[in-house]
Design a protein around this ligand. Structure first.
Ligand code: SF4
Length: 504
Protein backbone atom coordinates (compact mmCIF):
# COMPACT_ATOMS: atom_id res chain seq x y z
CA UNK A 1 0.00 0.00 0.00
CA UNK A 2 1.32 3.43 -0.82
CA UNK A 3 0.39 6.82 0.57
CA UNK A 4 -0.60 9.79 -1.58
CA UNK A 5 0.30 12.89 0.44
CA UNK A 6 -1.96 15.76 -0.64
CA UNK A 7 -1.15 19.30 0.41
CA UNK A 8 -3.69 21.95 1.34
CA UNK A 9 -3.45 23.73 -2.03
CA UNK A 10 -3.72 20.56 -4.13
CA UNK A 11 -7.38 19.75 -3.53
CA UNK A 12 -8.37 18.19 -6.82
CA UNK A 13 -8.59 14.51 -7.64
CA UNK A 14 -7.60 15.14 -11.26
CA UNK A 15 -4.14 16.48 -10.33
CA UNK A 16 -1.00 14.41 -10.78
CA UNK A 17 -0.72 13.19 -7.20
CA UNK A 18 -3.82 10.96 -7.50
CA UNK A 19 -3.38 9.97 -11.13
CA UNK A 20 -3.86 6.24 -11.43
CA UNK A 21 -4.45 5.82 -7.68
CA UNK A 22 -7.31 3.59 -6.55
CA UNK A 23 -8.51 2.76 -3.04
CA UNK A 24 -7.05 -0.76 -3.31
CA UNK A 25 -3.48 0.46 -3.70
CA UNK A 26 -3.40 3.95 -2.20
CA UNK A 27 -4.19 5.57 1.12
CA UNK A 28 -4.44 9.38 1.30
CA UNK A 29 -2.73 11.63 3.83
CA UNK A 30 -3.57 15.28 4.50
CA UNK A 31 -1.76 17.13 7.29
CA UNK A 32 -3.14 20.22 9.00
CA UNK A 33 0.01 21.74 10.45
CA UNK A 34 -0.22 23.65 13.73
CA UNK A 35 2.94 25.56 12.80
CA UNK A 36 1.25 26.81 9.61
CA UNK A 37 -1.89 27.82 11.46
CA UNK A 38 0.10 30.06 13.76
CA UNK A 39 2.88 31.16 11.40
CA UNK A 40 1.19 34.50 10.73
CA UNK A 41 -1.68 36.56 12.00
CA UNK A 42 -4.00 35.15 9.34
CA UNK A 43 -7.32 36.48 8.21
CA UNK A 44 -9.80 34.06 9.74
CA UNK A 45 -11.57 33.46 6.39
CA UNK A 46 -8.28 32.55 4.72
CA UNK A 47 -7.34 30.01 7.33
CA UNK A 48 -10.85 28.66 7.55
CA UNK A 49 -11.02 28.22 3.78
CA UNK A 50 -7.90 26.06 3.70
CA UNK A 51 -8.80 23.93 6.71
CA UNK A 52 -12.43 23.44 5.72
CA UNK A 53 -11.59 22.73 2.07
CA UNK A 54 -9.05 20.10 3.18
CA UNK A 55 -11.66 18.44 5.37
CA UNK A 56 -14.25 18.49 2.60
CA UNK A 57 -11.76 17.02 0.15
CA UNK A 58 -10.87 14.29 2.65
CA UNK A 59 -14.58 13.48 3.00
CA UNK A 60 -15.02 13.43 -0.80
CA UNK A 61 -12.16 10.94 -1.17
CA UNK A 62 -13.59 8.78 1.61
CA UNK A 63 -16.89 8.73 -0.27
CA UNK A 64 -14.95 7.42 -3.24
CA UNK A 65 -13.63 4.57 -1.14
CA UNK A 66 -10.20 5.87 -0.14
CA UNK A 67 -8.87 5.36 3.35
CA UNK A 68 -7.98 8.94 4.33
CA UNK A 69 -5.71 9.96 7.19
CA UNK A 70 -6.54 13.61 7.86
CA UNK A 71 -4.08 14.40 10.58
CA UNK A 72 -3.56 17.41 12.82
CA UNK A 73 0.13 17.65 13.71
CA UNK A 74 2.61 20.21 15.02
CA UNK A 75 4.30 20.44 11.58
CA UNK A 76 3.93 18.95 8.11
CA UNK A 77 6.98 16.80 8.69
CA UNK A 78 5.74 15.55 12.05
CA UNK A 79 2.40 14.66 10.45
CA UNK A 80 4.06 12.66 7.70
CA UNK A 81 6.39 10.86 10.10
CA UNK A 82 3.53 9.94 12.42
CA UNK A 83 1.52 8.66 9.47
CA UNK A 84 4.42 6.57 8.16
CA UNK A 85 5.07 5.11 11.61
CA UNK A 86 1.41 4.13 11.96
CA UNK A 87 0.62 2.84 8.46
CA UNK A 88 4.06 1.77 7.17
CA UNK A 89 3.42 2.49 3.47
CA UNK A 90 5.78 1.09 0.82
CA UNK A 91 6.01 4.46 -0.82
CA UNK A 92 4.87 8.05 -0.24
CA UNK A 93 3.88 9.94 -3.34
CA UNK A 94 3.62 13.74 -3.30
CA UNK A 95 3.08 16.35 -5.98
CA UNK A 96 5.63 19.15 -5.97
CA UNK A 97 4.26 22.05 -3.90
CA UNK A 98 3.79 25.48 -5.43
CA UNK A 99 5.86 27.30 -2.82
CA UNK A 100 9.48 26.84 -1.86
CA UNK A 101 9.10 25.93 1.82
CA UNK A 102 7.20 22.83 0.77
CA UNK A 103 9.72 22.09 -1.94
CA UNK A 104 12.55 22.35 0.58
CA UNK A 105 10.81 19.96 2.96
CA UNK A 106 10.38 17.33 0.23
CA UNK A 107 14.01 17.69 -0.86
CA UNK A 108 15.14 17.37 2.71
CA UNK A 109 13.04 14.26 3.26
CA UNK A 110 14.30 12.72 0.04
CA UNK A 111 17.93 13.62 0.72
CA UNK A 112 18.13 12.76 4.40
CA UNK A 113 16.87 9.23 4.06
CA UNK A 114 14.87 9.75 7.25
CA UNK A 115 11.80 8.02 5.86
CA UNK A 116 11.74 4.21 6.14
CA UNK A 117 10.04 4.06 2.73
CA UNK A 118 10.50 5.60 -0.70
CA UNK A 119 9.40 9.14 -1.55
CA UNK A 120 8.19 9.87 -5.07
CA UNK A 121 7.66 13.52 -6.05
CA UNK A 122 5.68 14.01 -9.24
CA UNK A 123 5.63 17.22 -11.27
CA UNK A 124 2.84 19.64 -10.52
CA UNK A 125 0.16 20.01 -13.18
CA UNK A 126 -1.64 22.66 -11.18
CA UNK A 127 -0.55 25.20 -13.81
CA UNK A 128 -0.70 25.07 -17.59
CA UNK A 129 2.97 26.03 -17.86
CA UNK A 130 5.34 24.07 -15.66
CA UNK A 131 8.20 26.15 -14.22
CA UNK A 132 10.78 24.16 -16.21
CA UNK A 133 8.99 25.18 -19.42
CA UNK A 134 8.99 28.75 -18.13
CA UNK A 135 12.75 28.43 -17.58
CA UNK A 136 13.25 27.21 -21.13
CA UNK A 137 11.30 30.21 -22.41
CA UNK A 138 13.21 32.58 -20.11
CA UNK A 139 16.74 31.34 -20.78
CA UNK A 140 18.75 33.83 -22.78
CA UNK A 141 16.27 36.69 -22.42
CA UNK A 142 17.49 39.98 -20.95
CA UNK A 143 14.11 40.96 -19.61
CA UNK A 144 11.27 38.61 -18.73
CA UNK A 145 8.34 40.65 -19.95
CA UNK A 146 4.95 39.32 -18.98
CA UNK A 147 3.52 40.39 -22.32
CA UNK A 148 6.09 38.27 -24.22
CA UNK A 149 5.34 35.29 -22.00
CA UNK A 150 1.61 35.79 -22.44
CA UNK A 151 1.78 35.86 -26.24
CA UNK A 152 3.88 32.71 -26.22
CA UNK A 153 1.31 31.05 -23.98
CA UNK A 154 -1.56 32.18 -26.21
CA UNK A 155 0.14 30.46 -29.15
CA UNK A 156 0.95 27.36 -27.11
CA UNK A 157 -2.52 26.94 -25.59
CA UNK A 158 -4.53 28.23 -28.53
CA UNK A 159 -6.72 30.38 -26.30
CA UNK A 160 -8.37 33.22 -28.22
CA UNK A 161 -6.44 32.38 -31.35
CA UNK A 162 -7.79 32.39 -34.88
CA UNK A 163 -5.20 30.31 -36.63
CA UNK A 164 -1.86 31.88 -35.76
CA UNK A 165 -3.38 35.31 -35.12
CA UNK A 166 -4.99 36.65 -31.93
CA UNK A 167 -8.78 36.79 -32.06
CA UNK A 168 -9.83 40.28 -33.08
CA UNK A 169 -6.34 41.11 -34.38
CA UNK A 170 -4.87 42.39 -31.10
CA UNK A 171 -3.06 40.46 -28.38
CA UNK A 172 -3.88 42.73 -25.50
CA UNK A 173 -7.03 44.80 -25.05
CA UNK A 174 -6.03 46.29 -21.72
CA UNK A 175 -6.44 49.74 -23.16
CA UNK A 176 -10.19 49.10 -23.45
CA UNK A 177 -10.42 47.91 -19.85
CA UNK A 178 -9.49 51.05 -17.97
CA UNK A 179 -12.75 52.93 -17.99
CA UNK A 180 -13.65 54.82 -14.81
CA UNK A 181 -16.70 53.68 -12.85
CA UNK A 182 -20.15 54.62 -14.06
CA UNK A 183 -22.85 55.68 -11.62
CA UNK A 184 -24.62 52.35 -11.97
CA UNK A 185 -21.57 50.06 -11.96
CA UNK A 186 -22.12 48.71 -8.45
CA UNK A 187 -25.90 48.42 -8.87
CA UNK A 188 -25.64 46.44 -12.09
CA UNK A 189 -22.95 44.03 -10.86
CA UNK A 190 -24.28 40.63 -9.75
CA UNK A 191 -24.27 39.65 -6.10
CA UNK A 192 -21.49 37.14 -5.38
CA UNK A 193 -22.55 33.53 -4.84
CA UNK A 194 -22.54 32.42 -1.23
CA UNK A 195 -23.09 28.98 0.25
CA UNK A 196 -24.72 28.12 3.54
CA UNK A 197 -22.04 26.92 5.99
CA UNK A 198 -22.41 23.16 6.42
CA UNK A 199 -21.45 21.07 9.46
CA UNK A 200 -17.82 20.71 8.38
CA UNK A 201 -17.55 24.44 7.67
CA UNK A 202 -18.93 25.29 11.08
CA UNK A 203 -16.82 22.72 12.89
CA UNK A 204 -13.66 23.91 11.14
CA UNK A 205 -13.91 27.27 12.91
CA UNK A 206 -12.99 25.38 16.08
CA UNK A 207 -9.74 24.19 14.47
CA UNK A 208 -8.41 27.75 14.12
CA UNK A 209 -6.11 29.54 16.54
CA UNK A 210 -7.20 32.67 18.46
CA UNK A 211 -4.62 34.81 16.68
CA UNK A 212 -6.69 35.38 13.52
CA UNK A 213 -8.40 38.64 12.56
CA UNK A 214 -11.26 39.72 10.32
CA UNK A 215 -14.95 38.97 9.91
CA UNK A 216 -15.90 35.31 10.45
CA UNK A 217 -16.50 32.93 7.51
CA UNK A 218 -19.85 33.63 5.85
CA UNK A 219 -19.91 31.19 2.95
CA UNK A 220 -18.45 33.58 0.37
CA UNK A 221 -15.53 31.29 -0.47
CA UNK A 222 -15.94 27.82 -1.93
CA UNK A 223 -14.79 25.02 0.34
CA UNK A 224 -15.67 22.31 -2.20
CA UNK A 225 -15.13 21.81 -5.90
CA UNK A 226 -18.87 21.70 -6.48
CA UNK A 227 -19.26 25.14 -4.93
CA UNK A 228 -16.27 26.42 -6.90
CA UNK A 229 -17.84 25.22 -10.15
CA UNK A 230 -21.07 27.04 -9.24
CA UNK A 231 -19.06 30.24 -8.80
CA UNK A 232 -17.32 29.74 -12.14
CA UNK A 233 -20.70 29.31 -13.86
CA UNK A 234 -22.09 32.38 -12.11
CA UNK A 235 -19.11 34.49 -13.17
CA UNK A 236 -19.27 33.40 -16.79
CA UNK A 237 -23.03 33.87 -17.05
CA UNK A 238 -23.52 37.06 -15.05
CA UNK A 239 -20.29 39.01 -14.43
CA UNK A 240 -17.99 38.25 -17.38
CA UNK A 241 -20.14 40.08 -19.96
CA UNK A 242 -19.48 43.34 -18.08
CA UNK A 243 -16.09 42.50 -16.61
CA UNK A 244 -14.00 44.13 -19.31
CA UNK A 245 -14.42 47.88 -19.57
CA UNK A 246 -14.47 48.71 -15.86
CA UNK A 247 -12.17 46.04 -14.47
CA UNK A 248 -9.82 48.66 -12.97
CA UNK A 249 -12.61 50.75 -11.43
CA UNK A 250 -13.22 51.10 -7.69
CA UNK A 251 -16.55 51.96 -6.06
CA UNK A 252 -16.97 52.64 -2.33
CA UNK A 253 -18.59 49.76 -0.52
CA UNK A 254 -18.64 47.53 -3.61
CA UNK A 255 -15.97 44.92 -3.09
CA UNK A 256 -16.76 42.45 -5.85
CA UNK A 257 -18.14 44.42 -8.83
CA UNK A 258 -17.79 42.14 -11.88
CA UNK A 259 -14.62 40.38 -10.76
CA UNK A 260 -14.55 36.60 -10.93
CA UNK A 261 -13.64 35.93 -7.26
CA UNK A 262 -12.17 32.63 -8.46
CA UNK A 263 -8.53 33.07 -7.47
CA UNK A 264 -9.09 31.36 -4.10
CA UNK A 265 -10.45 28.26 -5.84
CA UNK A 266 -7.71 28.24 -8.48
CA UNK A 267 -4.99 28.58 -5.86
CA UNK A 268 -6.42 25.76 -3.73
CA UNK A 269 -6.67 23.45 -6.72
CA UNK A 270 -10.49 23.28 -6.56
CA UNK A 271 -10.53 24.67 -10.09
CA UNK A 272 -7.97 24.10 -12.81
CA UNK A 273 -6.88 27.02 -15.01
CA UNK A 274 -7.78 25.02 -18.12
CA UNK A 275 -11.46 24.60 -17.25
CA UNK A 276 -11.73 28.23 -16.23
CA UNK A 277 -10.21 29.49 -19.48
CA UNK A 278 -12.26 26.98 -21.50
CA UNK A 279 -15.46 28.36 -19.94
CA UNK A 280 -14.49 31.97 -20.65
CA UNK A 281 -13.39 31.30 -24.21
CA UNK A 282 -16.60 29.33 -24.74
CA UNK A 283 -18.68 32.32 -23.65
CA UNK A 284 -16.78 34.57 -26.06
CA UNK A 285 -17.12 32.14 -28.98
CA UNK A 286 -20.84 31.80 -28.27
CA UNK A 287 -21.25 35.58 -28.42
CA UNK A 288 -22.09 35.81 -24.72
CA UNK A 289 -19.06 37.86 -23.65
CA UNK A 290 -17.13 40.60 -25.44
CA UNK A 291 -13.55 40.01 -26.48
CA UNK A 292 -12.06 42.62 -24.15
CA UNK A 293 -13.66 40.86 -21.16
CA UNK A 294 -12.56 37.38 -22.23
CA UNK A 295 -9.05 38.51 -23.18
CA UNK A 296 -8.60 40.49 -19.96
CA UNK A 297 -9.60 37.48 -17.89
CA UNK A 298 -7.60 34.88 -19.81
CA UNK A 299 -4.53 37.15 -19.66
CA UNK A 300 -4.84 37.18 -15.86
CA UNK A 301 -4.91 33.38 -15.77
CA UNK A 302 -2.53 32.08 -18.46
CA UNK A 303 -0.46 35.27 -18.48
CA UNK A 304 -0.05 36.96 -15.15
CA UNK A 305 -0.82 34.03 -12.82
CA UNK A 306 1.49 31.55 -14.53
CA UNK A 307 4.19 34.15 -15.15
CA UNK A 308 4.15 34.85 -11.42
CA UNK A 309 4.79 31.20 -10.62
CA UNK A 310 7.53 31.02 -13.23
CA UNK A 311 9.50 34.01 -11.96
CA UNK A 312 8.98 32.87 -8.38
CA UNK A 313 10.54 29.49 -9.13
CA UNK A 314 13.32 31.04 -11.20
CA UNK A 315 14.36 33.86 -8.88
CA UNK A 316 13.66 32.58 -5.39
CA UNK A 317 14.83 32.41 -2.65
CA UNK A 318 17.00 35.54 -3.09
CA UNK A 319 14.16 37.41 -4.76
CA UNK A 320 12.12 37.78 -1.56
CA UNK A 321 14.92 39.81 0.06
CA UNK A 322 15.18 42.52 -2.59
CA UNK A 323 14.74 46.04 -1.30
CA UNK A 324 16.15 48.20 -4.07
CA UNK A 325 14.62 51.42 -2.77
CA UNK A 326 15.82 50.92 0.79
CA UNK A 327 12.29 50.96 2.27
CA UNK A 328 12.31 50.42 6.03
CA UNK A 329 8.95 51.43 7.51
CA UNK A 330 6.65 48.89 9.15
CA UNK A 331 3.22 48.04 7.70
CA UNK A 332 1.09 50.95 8.95
CA UNK A 333 -1.74 50.50 11.46
CA UNK A 334 -4.11 51.98 8.86
CA UNK A 335 -3.55 48.80 6.80
CA UNK A 336 -3.71 46.29 9.62
CA UNK A 337 -6.88 47.82 11.06
CA UNK A 338 -5.13 48.82 14.30
CA UNK A 339 -5.94 52.47 13.53
CA UNK A 340 -8.66 54.23 11.58
CA UNK A 341 -7.68 56.46 8.70
CA UNK A 342 -9.24 59.50 7.02
CA UNK A 343 -7.91 58.38 3.64
CA UNK A 344 -11.19 57.23 2.11
CA UNK A 345 -9.58 54.97 -0.48
CA UNK A 346 -7.46 53.16 2.13
CA UNK A 347 -10.35 52.91 4.60
CA UNK A 348 -12.60 51.33 1.94
CA UNK A 349 -9.93 48.84 0.88
CA UNK A 350 -9.13 47.86 4.45
CA UNK A 351 -12.85 47.41 5.16
CA UNK A 352 -13.12 44.98 2.24
CA UNK A 353 -10.12 43.07 3.53
CA UNK A 354 -11.62 42.87 7.02
CA UNK A 355 -15.03 41.76 5.72
CA UNK A 356 -13.97 39.43 2.89
CA UNK A 357 -10.17 38.93 2.94
CA UNK A 358 -10.33 40.38 -0.55
CA UNK A 359 -9.87 43.50 -2.63
CA UNK A 360 -9.43 43.35 -6.40
CA UNK A 361 -6.15 44.00 -8.18
CA UNK A 362 -6.41 47.79 -8.39
CA UNK A 363 -6.98 48.54 -4.68
CA UNK A 364 -4.14 46.11 -4.00
CA UNK A 365 -1.79 47.73 -6.52
CA UNK A 366 -2.82 51.37 -6.75
CA UNK A 367 -4.01 51.98 -3.20
CA UNK A 368 -2.08 49.70 -0.83
CA UNK A 369 1.13 49.03 -2.76
CA UNK A 370 1.17 52.55 -4.20
CA UNK A 371 1.04 54.13 -0.75
CA UNK A 372 3.52 51.59 0.63
CA UNK A 373 6.01 52.22 -2.15
CA UNK A 374 5.81 55.98 -2.07
CA UNK A 375 5.97 56.07 1.75
CA UNK A 376 8.83 53.57 1.97
CA UNK A 377 7.29 50.50 3.63
CA UNK A 378 9.55 47.47 3.86
CA UNK A 379 8.54 45.15 0.98
CA UNK A 380 9.19 41.94 2.93
CA UNK A 381 6.88 43.02 5.74
CA UNK A 382 4.27 44.18 3.24
CA UNK A 383 4.49 40.79 1.48
CA UNK A 384 4.02 39.01 4.76
CA UNK A 385 0.96 41.05 5.68
CA UNK A 386 -0.67 40.66 2.26
CA UNK A 387 0.03 36.93 2.26
CA UNK A 388 -1.81 36.60 5.57
CA UNK A 389 -4.65 38.99 4.73
CA UNK A 390 -5.87 37.96 1.29
CA UNK A 391 -7.99 34.90 0.61
CA UNK A 392 -5.77 33.95 -2.37
CA UNK A 393 -2.40 34.79 -0.78
CA UNK A 394 0.39 32.23 -1.03
CA UNK A 395 4.15 32.68 -1.03
CA UNK A 396 4.44 32.08 -4.80
CA UNK A 397 1.68 34.65 -5.43
CA UNK A 398 2.65 37.39 -3.05
CA UNK A 399 6.44 37.56 -3.36
CA UNK A 400 6.51 38.45 -7.09
CA UNK A 401 3.38 40.57 -6.89
CA UNK A 402 4.67 42.69 -4.01
CA UNK A 403 8.44 42.65 -4.50
CA UNK A 404 8.28 42.97 -8.27
CA UNK A 405 5.00 44.47 -9.39
CA UNK A 406 3.79 46.32 -6.30
CA UNK A 407 6.85 47.99 -4.81
CA UNK A 408 9.63 47.93 -7.43
CA UNK A 409 11.81 46.39 -4.73
CA UNK A 410 13.51 44.24 -7.37
CA UNK A 411 14.83 47.37 -9.08
CA UNK A 412 12.92 46.74 -12.28
CA UNK A 413 13.42 43.05 -13.06
CA UNK A 414 9.67 42.59 -13.43
CA UNK A 415 8.21 46.04 -14.05
CA UNK A 416 9.72 48.75 -16.16
CA UNK A 417 8.67 51.45 -13.71
CA UNK A 418 7.27 51.73 -10.20
CA UNK A 419 3.48 51.71 -9.93
CA UNK A 420 3.17 54.97 -8.00
CA UNK A 421 0.70 57.74 -8.58
CA UNK A 422 -0.77 60.73 -6.83
CA UNK A 423 -4.42 61.09 -5.92
CA UNK A 424 -5.40 62.00 -9.50
CA UNK A 425 -5.32 58.35 -10.64
CA UNK A 426 -7.46 57.20 -7.71
CA UNK A 427 -9.86 60.07 -8.31
CA UNK A 428 -10.26 59.09 -11.96
CA UNK A 429 -10.76 55.40 -11.28
CA UNK A 430 -12.97 55.60 -8.18
CA UNK A 431 -15.60 57.56 -6.31
CA UNK A 432 -13.42 57.77 -3.19
CA UNK A 433 -11.99 61.26 -3.39
CA UNK A 434 -15.23 63.22 -3.42
CA UNK A 435 -16.04 62.29 0.17
CA UNK A 436 -12.49 62.26 1.49
CA UNK A 437 -11.15 64.70 4.06
CA UNK A 438 -8.03 65.10 1.93
CA UNK A 439 -7.85 67.03 -1.33
CA UNK A 440 -6.38 64.91 -4.09
CA UNK A 441 -5.12 67.99 -5.99
CA UNK A 442 -3.04 69.37 -3.10
CA UNK A 443 0.50 68.29 -2.34
CA UNK A 444 1.19 70.58 0.64
CA UNK A 445 -0.83 71.61 3.66
CA UNK A 446 -2.77 69.73 6.31
CA UNK A 447 -5.48 68.65 3.86
CA UNK A 448 -3.10 67.60 1.07
CA UNK A 449 -3.77 64.12 -0.29
CA UNK A 450 -1.08 61.83 1.16
CA UNK A 451 -0.80 60.01 -2.17
CA UNK A 452 -0.11 63.26 -4.02
CA UNK A 453 2.44 64.50 -1.48
CA UNK A 454 4.25 61.19 -1.30
CA UNK A 455 4.28 60.74 -5.07
CA UNK A 456 6.35 63.87 -5.65
CA UNK A 457 8.50 63.19 -2.62
CA UNK A 458 9.12 59.64 -3.85
CA UNK A 459 10.33 60.87 -7.23
CA UNK A 460 12.53 63.42 -5.50
CA UNK A 461 14.04 60.93 -3.03
CA UNK A 462 14.81 58.37 -5.74
CA UNK A 463 15.99 60.75 -8.40
CA UNK A 464 19.38 59.05 -8.74
CA UNK A 465 17.86 55.69 -9.50
CA UNK A 466 14.74 56.67 -11.44
CA UNK A 467 15.26 59.93 -13.32
CA UNK A 468 16.91 58.13 -16.23
CA UNK A 469 13.83 55.90 -16.73
CA UNK A 470 12.25 57.11 -19.96
CA UNK A 471 8.76 56.12 -18.73
CA UNK A 472 9.18 58.65 -15.93
CA UNK A 473 10.62 61.43 -18.07
CA UNK A 474 7.44 63.50 -18.03
CA UNK A 475 7.05 63.12 -14.29
CA UNK A 476 10.62 64.30 -13.67
CA UNK A 477 10.10 67.14 -16.08
CA UNK A 478 7.13 68.29 -13.96
CA UNK A 479 9.00 67.69 -10.70
CA UNK A 480 11.79 69.96 -11.87
CA UNK A 481 9.28 72.77 -12.26
CA UNK A 482 7.70 72.49 -8.81
CA UNK A 483 8.23 75.70 -6.88
CA UNK A 484 7.24 74.21 -3.53
CA UNK A 485 9.46 71.14 -3.39
CA UNK A 486 10.84 72.13 0.02
CA UNK A 487 7.30 72.25 1.43
CA UNK A 488 6.48 68.93 -0.26
CA UNK A 489 9.48 67.30 1.43
CA UNK A 490 8.42 68.73 4.78
CA UNK A 491 4.82 67.59 4.40
CA UNK A 492 5.98 64.15 3.24
CA UNK A 493 7.96 63.76 6.45
CA UNK A 494 4.81 64.56 8.44
CA UNK A 495 2.73 62.17 6.35
CA UNK A 496 5.16 59.30 6.87
CA UNK A 497 5.26 59.97 10.60
CA UNK A 498 1.48 60.10 10.87
CA UNK A 499 1.14 56.98 8.75
CA UNK A 500 3.41 55.15 11.17
CA UNK A 501 1.61 56.63 14.21
CA UNK A 502 -1.83 55.72 12.87
CA UNK A 503 -3.05 59.33 12.82
CA UNK A 504 -3.33 59.97 9.07
FE1 SF4 B 1 -7.31 58.61 -1.35
FE2 SF4 B 1 -6.22 61.05 -1.63
FE3 SF4 B 1 -8.49 60.46 -2.88
FE4 SF4 B 1 -8.46 60.74 -0.23
S1 SF4 B 1 -8.03 62.34 -1.75
S2 SF4 B 1 -9.50 59.14 -1.38
S3 SF4 B 1 -6.44 59.90 0.27
S4 SF4 B 1 -6.52 59.52 -3.22
Amino acid sequence: MRTVWIWGDQLNRDLAHLRGAVPDDSRVLLVVSGAKLTARRWHVQKLHLVVSAMRHFAAELEDRGFDVDLRRAPTMRAGLEAHVAEYRPDLVRAMEPASLTGDRLLRDLAGSGSLPCGLEVVDSDHFLCHWRDFDTWADGRDHLKMEDFYRWRRRETGYLMDGDQPAGGRWNLDHDNREPPTDDLADTAPEPVTSRLDDLDRDSVGWLPDSTFGAPPDGTWATTRRRALARLRHFVDHALPRFGDHQDAMVSGAWALNHSLLSHALNLGLLHPREVCDAVEGAYRAGDAPLNAAEGFIRQVIGWREYTWGVYRRWMPEYAHHNALGAVLDVPPAFTGEADTDMACVADTVRHIHDHAYAHHIPRLMVLANLATSAGIDPARLTDWMHASFIDGYDWVMVPNVVGMGTFADGGRMSTKPYVSGGAYIDRMSDHCGGCRYDRSKRVGADACPFTTLYWDFLDRHRDRLSGNHRLARAYHTLDRLKDLGSVRERAGEVRQRLSDGTL
